[in-house]
Design a protein around this ligand. Structure first.
Ligand SMILES: Nc1ncnc2c1ncn2[C@@H]1O[C@H](COP(=O)(O)OP(=O)(O)OP(=O)(O)O)[C@@H](O)[C@H]1O
Length: 371
């Protein structure tokens, strides 16, 4: 979906945003100024968002940012202040058959097999998908006769995903669906999410796996301290907040200020740009090295007498956006370089956020709780 990325929770949707979705229809999920406190803790501090029909909406943020609280508010499994609408209704009034929910913590009966569990949850609905097909979707067809309590952590999580999609929901909430699942299983879950979205299911995805969110989400909202500090399409967020591509050199010897200056001078001469070079924990980093300039940058390292053990080049990703806008970081940084500026931007965005600003997500629950 084409939306300008924003990093200010207090803003209205940016110009070019299509809050009603690509087809201009009503959003499936709307949150306006959503607030939730636990004692002195403001778990949600004024969150706004909308999710369009058929969209995969990613919600990311550090531990304790408020993601699960938001999912719970949107699924009606906890009370929250503010405007919450799912399919135009308060979350607790939504037809449960339209909603799928995979809570972060879900403890189904342990002495049922995976097949029996999917059957059981499918039986709660008038129309459910075929159990075998759902088990196959999550890669559990071969282990379907094992008791839940004997399954591995990843197999359990796959089974839980199966119970969340067995009713073929119009809106699916997945709170960290792939935690503990091996790479092949993750791919199976990703394919399932992609297929559901292609078939029109709206997916509200919470995850700490930035590669997963970057791959799957049409739009992302980043929560920090109960506030949205950025939202937009992943590629736009990366472009606007991810920083520059960089070349990292791992060196045995510590990087001195003299080496940093020598490399900076060399890169300036060879690339004709004014680079940011900084010492890192295991060597040094040159920011702003485009793929076609890697050779020249390496020559500049050689010129400066940098004896490196290994080199790596990387483009910015959603993980960089996350690290910057949450104020966390990768390695030790120099003064005033791109990471510091971006981290400061994130901190400012969070600090400037006003109650009722930003974007968030709403939700509803199939059977009234974390099952
Ligand atoms: N039932 C509760 N009682 C008291 N405090 C709570 C409760 N649920 C959540 N909180 C607090 O609300 C804040 C947000 O918690 P929440 O679980 O929503 O974060 P999260 O972003 O989902 O974190 P994580 O990534 O670790 O799952 C935290 O400070 C947490 O301690």
């Amino acid at each position: 979906m084409d939306e300008t990325a924003t990093a200010d929770a207090g803003d209205a949707p940016a110009e070019g945003a299509t809050p009603g979705g690509p087809d201009g229809g009503d959003p499936v999920v709307v949150g306006e100024g959503v607030r939730k406190s636990y004692g002195d803790v403001d778990a949600l501090d004024g969150v706004d968002l909308d999710v369009a029909a058929g969209e995969v909406f990613g919600l990311i943020g550090p531990n304790g940012a408020g993601k699960t609280t938001l999912v719970r508010a949107l699924t009606g499994t906890t009370e929250a202040e503010g405007g919450l609408r799912v399919f135009g209704e308060p979350p607790r009034e939504v037809d449960p058959s339209r909603i799928g929910l995979l809570p972060q913590s879900f403890d189904p009966p342990a002495r049922l097999t995976a097949r029996e569990l999917v059957d059981y949850y499918g039986g709660l609905y008038d129309a459910a998908r075929d159990t075998e097909a759902v088990l196959d979707d999550v890669g559990m067809a071969d282990d379907a006769d094992a008791w839940y309590e004997t399954l591995s952590g990843g197999q359990r999580r796959r089974t839980c995903v199966a119970t969340a999609v067995v009713n073929d929901p119009d809106l699916l909430f997945l709170d960290e669906p792939t935690t503990g699942i091996d790479p092949a299983g993750r791919r199976a879950i990703h394919r399932l999410i992609e297929r559901l979205a292609a078939d029109g299911t709206t997916v509200f995805l919470t995850s700490h796996a930035m590669d997963e969110v970057e791959r799957l989400a049409d739009r992302v909202a980043m929560l920090r301290d109960g506030r949205v500090v950025a939202s937009g399409a992943p590629d736009r967020l990366v472009t606007e907040h991810g920083g520059a591509p960089r070349l990292d050199a791992a060196t045995a010897a510590p990087t001195t200020e003299g080496v940093v200056e020598a490399v900076a001078a060399g890169v300036r001469d060879r690339l004709g740009t004014d680079p940011t070079v900084e010492a890192t924990d295991d060597g040094l980093r040159v920011w702003g090295v485009r793929p076609e300039a890697i050779g020249d940058a390496v020559d500049a390292l050689d010129d400066a007498g940098v004896a490196f053990d290994s080199l790596s080049w990387s483009e910015p990703s959603l993980e960089d956006v996350y690290l910057r806008l949450t104020g966390e970081e990768y390695a030790r940084r120099g003064d005033g370089g791109p990471p510091d500026e971006a981290a400061g931007e994130g901190r400012r965005a969070a600090d400037d956020a006003t109650p009722g600003g930003g974007r968030a997500a709403d939700d509803a629950t199939p059977d009234g709780g974390d099952r």
